[in-house]
Design a protein around this ligand. Structure first.
Ligand SMILES: C[S@@+](CC[C@H](N)C(=O)[O-])C[C@H]1O[C@@H](n2cnc3c(N)ncnc32)[C@H](O)[C@@H]1O
Length: 234
């Protein structure tokens, strides 16, 4: 999959998104918390995590800060955001290995049962259902038995009218870009959000896929507006 949805101003000014989504930091912090809790009983010296879709590094910092034993392979196919991530993640030195590559290609090239944690935020909803289907089974292959899948994303609520309310609310939030003098970002993010509707994934669909692949303890760890965090243990 080579077409990038973040090669324009959405990638250049990606970090402004956190200003218009009030619970942005809380949502990202929760990823770190989920990982910290998961690792509290794990005795191994090193932990390998894959961050699928690094962006500017906002999720990666939470993953790396959750536990000192974690090393992250961070994958993204967009140079614009990766360049920003390289700066933000400098302080983590050799604990971070950034790779410019398509996520599915990168996971397909990863050895079976070699990864402790697959984490991803706001990435999976960008993919076509056929791409996702292969990606999820490849994630199941590369995770160690007992490994953690954690994805925070725009998972549509199963109740469609509730989802529609979330969507309207999100589009309203994008008007804050206009107040900042960035009508261009309001237009692009609104377009992006409406395009997402064509390929949306519901919370129920994500959980069903994970269970079918043999994941245990599949659950929703967080929900606010469009955002949900879904976890499962391999
Ligand atoms: C919305 S950003 C989220 C970044 C970060 N996780 C965060 O929450 O701030 C999505 C990222 O996924 C990347 N991405 C989208 N499709 C991809 C693909 N097929 N392979 C690798 N990265 C991809 C984009 O380039 C973008 O940087």
């Amino acid at each position: 999959m080579n077409d990038s949805r973040f090669s324009n101003i959405l990638g250049e000014d990606y970090d402004l998104l956190k200003i218009v989504i009030p619970h942005h930091d809380e949502f990202q912090d929760k990823i770190g918390e989920v990982i910290k809790n998961y690792l509290s009983s794990l005795q191994t010296d090193t932990i390998l995590a894959v961050d699928g879709g690094v962006g500017t590094g906002l999720t990666t910092t939470r993953i790396l800060s959750a536990d000192k034993r974690i090393k992250v392979i961070g994958i993204d196919n967009e140079e614009k955001t990766l360049n920003q991530a390289r700066q933000i993640l400098k302080e983590f030195g050799e604990r971070i290995d950034l790779r410019k590559r398509d996520l599915l290609e990168a996971i397909e090239a990863t050895p079976s049962q070699s990864v402790d944690i697959f984490a991803s935020v706001w990435v999976i909803h960008n993919f076509q259902p056929s791409y996702r289907q292969i990606l999820f089974s490849e994630i199941a292959r590369v995770l160690k038995i007992g490994g953690l899948f954690v994805s925070g994303d725009n998972y549509a609520r199963d109740n469609d009218s509730d989802h529609k309310k979330d969507l309207e609310n999100r589009i309203r939030e994008f008007t804050n870009f206009e107040k900042m003098g960035r009508i261009d970002l309001k237009t692009e993010w609104t377009k992006h959000c409406i395009e997402d509707e064509k390929i949306k994934i519901t919370e129920g669909e994500q959980m069903k896929i994970l269970r079918k692949l043999g994941f245990k303890d599949v659950s929703i760890q967080y929900r606010k507006e469009m955002e949900a965090i879904i976890t499962g243990v391999r």
